[in-house]
Design a protein around this ligand. Structure first.
Ligand code: TXA
Ligand code: MG
Length: 310
Protein backbone atom coordinates (compact mmCIF):
# COMPACT_ATOMS: atom_id res chain seq x y z
CA UNK A 1 0.00 0.00 0.00
CA UNK A 2 1.63 3.26 -1.11
CA UNK A 3 0.91 6.82 0.02
CA UNK A 4 0.54 9.14 -2.98
CA UNK A 5 3.39 11.42 -1.90
CA UNK A 6 6.58 11.99 -3.88
CA UNK A 7 8.37 8.76 -2.81
CA UNK A 8 5.17 6.68 -3.18
CA UNK A 9 4.53 8.01 -6.68
CA UNK A 10 8.17 7.44 -7.66
CA UNK A 11 7.95 3.82 -6.50
CA UNK A 12 4.64 3.28 -8.29
CA UNK A 13 6.12 4.73 -11.48
CA UNK A 14 9.17 2.40 -11.14
CA UNK A 15 6.86 -0.59 -10.76
CA UNK A 16 5.08 0.40 -14.00
CA UNK A 17 8.41 0.92 -15.78
CA UNK A 18 9.56 -2.57 -14.80
CA UNK A 19 6.37 -4.19 -16.13
CA UNK A 20 4.57 -4.53 -12.78
CA UNK A 21 0.99 -3.64 -11.87
CA UNK A 22 -0.12 -0.68 -9.75
CA UNK A 23 -3.68 0.02 -8.68
CA UNK A 24 -4.37 3.75 -8.57
CA UNK A 25 -7.35 6.02 -7.88
CA UNK A 26 -9.17 7.83 -10.65
CA UNK A 27 -12.18 10.11 -10.19
CA UNK A 28 -14.44 7.22 -11.35
CA UNK A 29 -13.12 3.98 -9.80
CA UNK A 30 -9.69 2.53 -8.98
CA UNK A 31 -7.80 1.30 -12.04
CA UNK A 32 -5.32 -1.56 -12.31
CA UNK A 33 -2.47 -0.02 -14.29
CA UNK A 34 0.26 -1.54 -16.41
CA UNK A 35 2.53 -0.21 -19.18
CA UNK A 36 0.28 -0.31 -22.27
CA UNK A 37 3.32 -0.90 -24.54
CA UNK A 38 4.57 -3.92 -22.61
CA UNK A 39 3.00 -7.26 -23.60
CA UNK A 40 3.98 -8.94 -20.35
CA UNK A 41 2.56 -6.15 -18.19
CA UNK A 42 -0.72 -6.19 -20.11
CA UNK A 43 -0.90 -9.98 -19.93
CA UNK A 44 -0.47 -9.67 -16.16
CA UNK A 45 -3.50 -7.36 -15.97
CA UNK A 46 -5.72 -9.96 -17.63
CA UNK A 47 -4.30 -12.65 -15.38
CA UNK A 48 -4.68 -10.70 -12.11
CA UNK A 49 -8.33 -9.90 -12.89
CA UNK A 50 -9.21 -13.23 -14.47
CA UNK A 51 -10.45 -11.15 -17.39
CA UNK A 52 -11.25 -12.74 -20.76
CA UNK A 53 -8.65 -11.76 -23.37
CA UNK A 54 -11.29 -10.62 -25.87
CA UNK A 55 -12.27 -7.74 -23.60
CA UNK A 56 -10.01 -4.77 -24.45
CA UNK A 57 -8.60 -2.23 -21.98
CA UNK A 58 -8.80 1.54 -21.70
CA UNK A 59 -5.51 3.39 -22.21
CA UNK A 60 -4.93 6.27 -19.77
CA UNK A 61 -2.67 9.22 -20.48
CA UNK A 62 -1.73 12.39 -18.69
CA UNK A 63 -2.42 14.65 -21.68
CA UNK A 64 -4.00 14.87 -25.13
CA UNK A 65 -0.65 14.86 -26.94
CA UNK A 66 0.11 11.37 -25.61
CA UNK A 67 -3.33 10.22 -26.77
CA UNK A 68 -2.86 11.68 -30.25
CA UNK A 69 0.22 9.49 -30.78
CA UNK A 70 -1.97 6.40 -30.31
CA UNK A 71 -5.10 7.13 -32.37
CA UNK A 72 -6.36 8.77 -35.54
CA UNK A 73 -7.64 11.92 -33.89
CA UNK A 74 -10.68 13.76 -35.26
CA UNK A 75 -12.45 17.09 -35.03
CA UNK A 76 -15.22 15.60 -32.89
CA UNK A 77 -12.62 14.08 -30.58
CA UNK A 78 -11.00 17.47 -30.30
CA UNK A 79 -14.27 19.16 -29.37
CA UNK A 80 -15.13 16.54 -26.75
CA UNK A 81 -11.64 16.49 -25.27
CA UNK A 82 -11.70 20.27 -24.96
CA UNK A 83 -15.03 20.09 -23.17
CA UNK A 84 -14.54 17.06 -20.92
CA UNK A 85 -10.87 16.10 -20.47
CA UNK A 86 -9.50 15.58 -17.96
CA UNK A 87 -12.63 13.78 -16.79
CA UNK A 88 -14.87 10.71 -16.83
CA UNK A 89 -15.18 10.31 -20.62
CA UNK A 90 -13.53 7.53 -22.66
CA UNK A 91 -13.32 7.88 -26.44
CA UNK A 92 -12.98 4.90 -28.78
CA UNK A 93 -11.03 5.89 -31.89
CA UNK A 94 -9.22 4.14 -34.76
CA UNK A 95 -5.90 2.76 -33.59
CA UNK A 96 -2.97 4.47 -35.24
CA UNK A 97 -0.40 2.39 -37.10
CA UNK A 98 2.84 2.12 -35.11
CA UNK A 99 1.05 3.25 -31.97
CA UNK A 100 3.47 1.13 -29.99
CA UNK A 101 0.61 -0.32 -27.93
CA UNK A 102 0.60 -4.00 -27.06
CA UNK A 103 -1.99 -5.76 -29.26
CA UNK A 104 -3.32 -7.34 -26.07
CA UNK A 105 -4.63 -3.92 -24.99
CA UNK A 106 -7.06 -3.70 -27.89
CA UNK A 107 -7.81 -7.43 -28.12
CA UNK A 108 -6.72 -7.04 -31.76
CA UNK A 109 -9.53 -4.60 -32.57
CA UNK A 110 -8.80 -1.80 -35.07
CA UNK A 111 -9.86 0.72 -32.41
CA UNK A 112 -8.62 1.74 -28.98
CA UNK A 113 -10.33 3.27 -25.95
CA UNK A 114 -8.51 6.29 -24.50
CA UNK A 115 -9.05 8.63 -21.61
CA UNK A 116 -7.34 11.42 -19.66
CA UNK A 117 -8.44 11.08 -16.02
CA UNK A 118 -8.92 14.01 -13.68
CA UNK A 119 -7.91 12.57 -10.30
CA UNK A 120 -4.74 14.33 -9.07
CA UNK A 121 -3.09 11.04 -8.05
CA UNK A 122 -3.82 9.47 -11.43
CA UNK A 123 -2.45 12.56 -13.15
CA UNK A 124 0.66 12.59 -10.99
CA UNK A 125 1.34 8.91 -11.64
CA UNK A 126 0.75 9.19 -15.39
CA UNK A 127 3.05 12.22 -15.64
CA UNK A 128 5.76 10.57 -13.54
CA UNK A 129 5.58 7.44 -15.70
CA UNK A 130 5.42 9.46 -18.90
CA UNK A 131 3.72 6.85 -21.09
CA UNK A 132 0.35 5.24 -21.82
CA UNK A 133 -1.08 3.10 -19.01
CA UNK A 134 -3.65 0.37 -19.66
CA UNK A 135 -6.08 0.23 -16.75
CA UNK A 136 -9.31 -1.67 -16.30
CA UNK A 137 -11.20 -1.28 -13.05
CA UNK A 138 -9.14 -2.88 -10.25
CA UNK A 139 -11.55 -5.71 -9.35
CA UNK A 140 -11.65 -9.39 -10.14
CA UNK A 141 -13.48 -9.75 -13.47
CA UNK A 142 -17.27 -9.74 -13.07
CA UNK A 143 -17.24 -8.43 -9.50
CA UNK A 144 -18.18 -5.07 -7.99
CA UNK A 145 -15.86 -2.23 -9.03
CA UNK A 146 -13.58 -0.68 -6.38
CA UNK A 147 -14.01 2.87 -5.13
CA UNK A 148 -11.47 2.64 -2.29
CA UNK A 149 -8.00 1.19 -1.76
CA UNK A 150 -9.52 -1.29 0.71
CA UNK A 151 -11.86 -2.63 -2.01
CA UNK A 152 -8.84 -3.19 -4.26
CA UNK A 153 -6.93 -4.87 -1.47
CA UNK A 154 -9.84 -7.20 -0.69
CA UNK A 155 -10.20 -8.23 -4.32
CA UNK A 156 -6.65 -8.40 -5.64
CA UNK A 157 -4.24 -8.67 -2.70
CA UNK A 158 -1.34 -10.96 -3.56
CA UNK A 159 -1.87 -10.58 -7.29
CA UNK A 160 -0.53 -7.05 -7.84
CA UNK A 161 2.63 -5.20 -6.82
CA UNK A 162 1.18 -2.05 -5.28
CA UNK A 163 -1.88 0.04 -4.49
CA UNK A 164 -1.69 3.83 -4.38
CA UNK A 165 -4.18 4.89 -1.71
CA UNK A 166 -5.91 8.08 -2.78
CA UNK A 167 -9.04 7.72 -0.63
CA UNK A 168 -12.56 7.32 -1.96
CA UNK A 169 -13.37 8.01 -5.63
CA UNK A 170 -15.51 11.11 -6.13
CA UNK A 171 -17.64 10.07 -9.12
CA UNK A 172 -18.04 6.42 -8.16
CA UNK A 173 -19.14 4.88 -11.48
CA UNK A 174 -16.87 4.18 -14.45
CA UNK A 175 -16.29 6.58 -17.31
CA UNK A 176 -18.85 7.08 -20.05
CA UNK A 177 -17.61 5.38 -23.25
CA UNK A 178 -18.32 7.01 -26.61
CA UNK A 179 -17.39 5.28 -29.86
CA UNK A 180 -16.42 7.84 -32.49
CA UNK A 181 -17.51 6.10 -35.65
CA UNK A 182 -19.14 8.13 -38.49
CA UNK A 183 -21.93 8.74 -36.03
CA UNK A 184 -20.96 8.61 -32.35
CA UNK A 185 -22.39 5.71 -30.35
CA UNK A 186 -22.69 5.67 -26.59
CA UNK A 187 -21.12 2.32 -25.63
CA UNK A 188 -21.41 2.60 -21.85
CA UNK A 189 -23.35 4.95 -19.58
CA UNK A 190 -21.00 6.38 -16.98
CA UNK A 191 -19.72 9.29 -14.97
CA UNK A 192 -20.34 11.88 -17.68
CA UNK A 193 -24.12 12.08 -18.17
CA UNK A 194 -25.48 11.44 -21.66
CA UNK A 195 -27.25 14.80 -21.49
CA UNK A 196 -23.90 16.62 -21.13
CA UNK A 197 -22.43 14.77 -24.11
CA UNK A 198 -25.45 15.57 -26.25
CA UNK A 199 -25.29 19.21 -25.29
CA UNK A 200 -21.63 19.37 -26.38
CA UNK A 201 -22.24 17.47 -29.63
CA UNK A 202 -25.39 19.40 -30.41
CA UNK A 203 -27.20 16.15 -31.35
CA UNK A 204 -28.75 13.18 -29.59
CA UNK A 205 -26.39 10.19 -29.43
CA UNK A 206 -27.41 6.67 -30.29
CA UNK A 207 -27.02 4.23 -27.44
CA UNK A 208 -25.59 0.80 -27.98
CA UNK A 209 -28.26 -1.90 -27.79
CA UNK A 210 -27.02 -5.05 -29.46
CA UNK A 211 -24.28 -7.42 -28.38
CA UNK A 212 -22.12 -6.64 -31.39
CA UNK A 213 -18.68 -7.69 -30.13
CA UNK A 214 -16.92 -5.13 -32.31
CA UNK A 215 -18.54 -2.12 -30.72
CA UNK A 216 -18.90 -3.22 -27.12
CA UNK A 217 -16.77 -6.26 -26.53
CA UNK A 218 -16.87 -6.06 -22.77
CA UNK A 219 -20.45 -5.11 -22.00
CA UNK A 220 -21.23 -8.42 -20.33
CA UNK A 221 -24.80 -8.78 -19.17
CA UNK A 222 -23.74 -10.12 -15.78
CA UNK A 223 -21.19 -7.87 -14.12
CA UNK A 224 -20.65 -6.03 -10.83
CA UNK A 225 -22.09 -9.14 -9.22
CA UNK A 226 -22.34 -9.23 -5.43
CA UNK A 227 -22.63 -12.59 -3.69
CA UNK A 228 -26.22 -11.70 -2.78
CA UNK A 229 -29.13 -11.80 -5.17
CA UNK A 230 -30.53 -8.42 -6.24
CA UNK A 231 -34.11 -7.19 -6.63
CA UNK A 232 -34.48 -3.82 -8.36
CA UNK A 233 -37.19 -1.12 -8.22
CA UNK A 234 -38.24 -2.42 -4.82
CA UNK A 235 -41.03 -0.45 -3.14
CA UNK A 236 -41.45 -2.93 -0.31
CA UNK A 237 -39.19 -5.24 1.66
CA UNK A 238 -39.50 -9.01 1.89
CA UNK A 239 -38.33 -11.04 4.92
CA UNK A 240 -35.07 -12.34 3.39
CA UNK A 241 -34.04 -8.93 2.06
CA UNK A 242 -32.04 -5.90 3.10
CA UNK A 243 -32.81 -2.60 1.47
CA UNK A 244 -30.42 -0.35 -0.41
CA UNK A 245 -32.48 2.80 -0.34
CA UNK A 246 -32.71 5.97 -2.41
CA UNK A 247 -34.58 9.03 -1.15
CA UNK A 248 -36.65 9.18 2.02
CA UNK A 249 -37.47 5.49 2.43
CA UNK A 250 -37.84 3.65 5.74
CA UNK A 251 -35.99 0.50 6.75
CA UNK A 252 -32.99 1.01 4.47
CA UNK A 253 -29.86 -0.83 5.66
CA UNK A 254 -27.94 1.78 3.69
CA UNK A 255 -29.14 4.70 1.60
CA UNK A 256 -27.52 5.82 -1.67
CA UNK A 257 -28.79 9.35 -1.06
CA UNK A 258 -31.52 10.31 1.40
CA UNK A 259 -31.69 13.67 -0.35
CA UNK A 260 -32.39 11.93 -3.67
CA UNK A 261 -29.16 13.33 -5.16
CA UNK A 262 -27.92 11.21 -8.09
CA UNK A 263 -24.34 12.49 -7.82
CA UNK A 264 -24.19 11.39 -4.20
CA UNK A 265 -25.87 8.09 -5.10
CA UNK A 266 -23.31 7.31 -7.82
CA UNK A 267 -20.44 8.03 -5.42
CA UNK A 268 -21.98 5.65 -2.84
CA UNK A 269 -23.13 2.88 -5.21
CA UNK A 270 -20.23 0.41 -5.27
CA UNK A 271 -19.16 1.10 -1.67
CA UNK A 272 -22.68 0.38 -0.40
CA UNK A 273 -22.91 -2.79 -2.53
CA UNK A 274 -19.56 -3.98 -1.14
CA UNK A 275 -20.76 -3.23 2.42
CA UNK A 276 -24.17 -4.91 2.08
CA UNK A 277 -22.63 -7.91 0.40
CA UNK A 278 -20.20 -8.26 3.33
CA UNK A 279 -23.24 -8.61 5.63
CA UNK A 280 -24.01 -11.89 3.84
CA UNK A 281 -27.59 -10.95 2.96
CA UNK A 282 -29.62 -13.37 0.85
CA UNK A 283 -31.10 -10.62 -1.32
CA UNK A 284 -30.35 -6.91 -1.68
CA UNK A 285 -33.50 -5.00 -2.64
CA UNK A 286 -32.89 -1.61 -4.26
CA UNK A 287 -35.22 1.39 -4.33
CA UNK A 288 -36.18 2.80 -7.77
CA UNK A 289 -33.59 5.24 -9.17
CA UNK A 290 -34.67 7.96 -11.63
CA UNK A 291 -33.31 7.18 -15.10
CA UNK A 292 -31.71 10.47 -16.06
CA UNK A 293 -28.29 12.06 -15.57
CA UNK A 294 -26.04 9.82 -13.47
CA UNK A 295 -29.13 7.70 -12.74
CA UNK A 296 -28.67 6.05 -16.13
CA UNK A 297 -25.20 4.77 -15.19
CA UNK A 298 -26.46 3.68 -11.77
CA UNK A 299 -29.36 1.75 -13.33
CA UNK A 300 -27.04 0.18 -15.91
CA UNK A 301 -24.72 -1.12 -13.16
CA UNK A 302 -27.66 -2.32 -11.04
CA UNK A 303 -29.19 -4.19 -13.98
CA UNK A 304 -25.88 -6.00 -14.59
CA UNK A 305 -25.48 -6.74 -10.89
CA UNK A 306 -28.99 -8.26 -10.90
CA UNK A 307 -28.57 -10.23 -14.16
CA UNK A 308 -28.55 -14.05 -14.06
CA UNK A 309 -25.00 -15.39 -13.67
CA UNK A 310 -23.31 -18.41 -15.15
O1 TXA B 1 -13.71 4.78 -15.41
C1 TXA B 1 -13.17 3.92 -16.08
O2 TXA B 1 -13.32 3.84 -17.31
C2 TXA B 1 -12.27 2.91 -15.33
C3 TXA B 1 -11.08 3.68 -14.78
C4 TXA B 1 -10.06 2.77 -14.15
O3 TXA B 1 -10.51 4.47 -15.78
N1 TXA B 1 -11.87 1.85 -16.22
C5 TXA B 1 -12.74 0.90 -16.65
O4 TXA B 1 -12.15 -0.13 -17.39
O5 TXA B 1 -13.91 0.89 -16.38
P1 TXA B 1 -12.86 -1.51 -17.67
O6 TXA B 1 -11.83 -2.36 -18.29
O7 TXA B 1 -13.48 -2.03 -16.45
O8 TXA B 1 -13.92 -1.18 -18.75
C6 TXA B 1 -13.49 -0.85 -20.05
C7 TXA B 1 -14.60 -1.02 -21.04
C8 TXA B 1 -14.90 -2.46 -21.31
O9 TXA B 1 -16.29 -2.65 -21.33
C9 TXA B 1 -14.30 -2.67 -22.69
O10 TXA B 1 -14.92 -3.68 -23.42
C10 TXA B 1 -14.47 -1.31 -23.32
O11 TXA B 1 -14.17 -0.44 -22.27
N2 TXA B 1 -13.53 -1.10 -24.42
C11 TXA B 1 -12.20 -1.03 -24.35
N3 TXA B 1 -11.66 -0.90 -25.59
C12 TXA B 1 -12.70 -0.85 -26.45
C13 TXA B 1 -12.80 -0.72 -27.87
N4 TXA B 1 -11.74 -0.62 -28.65
N5 TXA B 1 -14.03 -0.71 -28.41
C14 TXA B 1 -15.14 -0.82 -27.63
N6 TXA B 1 -15.10 -0.95 -26.28
C15 TXA B 1 -13.90 -0.97 -25.70
MG1 MG C 1 -14.65 -2.98 -15.04
Amino acid sequence: MLTPDHPGLARASDVLASGGLVAFPTETVYGLGGDARNDLAVARIFEAKGRPRFNPLIVHASDIETVKALVNWSETADRLAAAFWPGPLTLVLPLREKSGLSPLVTADLPTVAVRVPEHPVARALLSAFGGPVAAPSANPSGKISPTSAAHVHNGLNGRIAAILDGGACGVGVESTILGLWDTPILLRQGGLPQEALEAALGTPVATHQSDDPLTAPGQMTSHYAPGARMRLNATDLKPNEILLGFGTVDNAALNLSRAGDLTEAAANLFGHLHALDAKGADTIAVSPIPDHGLGRAINDRLARAAAPRD
